[in-house]
Design a protein around this ligand. Structure first.
Ligand code: ATP
Ligand code: MG
Length: 238
């Protein structure tokens, strides 16, 4: 049984001119525990829409999303929130850090909703997560004092502090230069391997996408396997 399964997911919204916009038209996907997959597609193809549905932030118009074989549609709001908090870690393109809070306070934030002892240990766990991403020397820094790559690492620490079973990253390197972006992607992949979390990354960058175990393309509302556009030559420097 797949860890997460999407069955015939469709999403339609009402466009500004009152017509019906079909963003997703029957997406099927199975995600296994610990697997790293990437989703590419042109701008506006529905990648963020799909990721938000996967992360229980948005509901599909039709179709089913299952976690551990159990449909999520029937869950009450609080149960969905709890499940999202405990099992899913998000990393966004624009980091979404709280400006007036230190790195440690930002990372501890998700633990305010934990219902176990990690609530009481949130400060120590936040410091640990920041150490995992190589920021033990920036624990008390405000986000405005951090570089883009450092801010994204804080956001990654915040995504993993509750040890989620899946990390969802929406263009996590979009606001970073190429080199920093590559380092952030390596870090995300390493951390998901270490913690056993599945990793779903959305990216425009095919060289970033090609590092996943599996690469999928969203086109015309449907998801299909994709081959990288440029395959590095044999023996070429990495
Ligand atoms: N609530 C909404 N109401 C109307 N249109 C929407 C809504 N949400 C998304 N859309 C439209 O649906 C399409 C898909 O949006 P989405 O944000 O999922 O694309 P994307 O693939 O993530 O694009 P990008 O690569 O630019 O981030 C876009 O054309 C967008 O304008
Ligand atoms: Mg998007």
């Amino acid at each position: 049984m797949a860890f997460i399964e999407l069955r015939e997911i469709s999403k339609s919204v009402r466009a500004a001119d009152d017509s019906e916009l079909h963003i997703l038209r029957g997406v099927n996907l199975q995600i296994e525990e610990g697997e790293h997959l990437s989703i590419v597609g042109r701008s506006g193809s529905g990648k963020s829409t799909l990721l938000n549905i996967l992360g229980l932030l948005d509901a599909p118009t039709s179709g089913e999303l299952l976690f551990d074989g159990k449909p999520t549609a029937a869950l009450r709001l609080r149960a969905r929130d709890r499940m999202r908090g405990a099992q899913i870690g998000f990393v966004f393109q624009q980091f979404n850090l709280l400006e007036g809070r230190t790195a440690t306070e930002n990372v501890a934030m998700p633990l305010l909703y934990a219902r176990d002892s990690s609530f009481w240990r949130r400060d120590a766990l936040a410091r640990e997560a920041l150490t995992d991403v190589g920021l033990d020397h920036r624990l008390d820094s405000l986000p405005t004092r951090l570089s883009g790559g450092e801010q994204q690492r804080v956001a990654i620490a915040r995504a993993i502090v509750r040890r989620p079973r899946v990390i969802l990253a929406d263009e996590p390197t979009g606001a970073l230069d190429v080199e920093t972006g590559a380092r952030v992607m390596t870090l995300l992949a390493d951390i998901s391997k270490e913690t056993g979390a599945a990793l779903v990354t959305i990216t425009h960058d095919e060289s970033v996408a090609a590092r996943a175990d599996r690469m999928l393309r969203l086109d015309a509302g449907l998801l299909a396997p994709s081959k990288p556009a440029v395959v590095p030559a044999e023996g070429a420097p990495a």
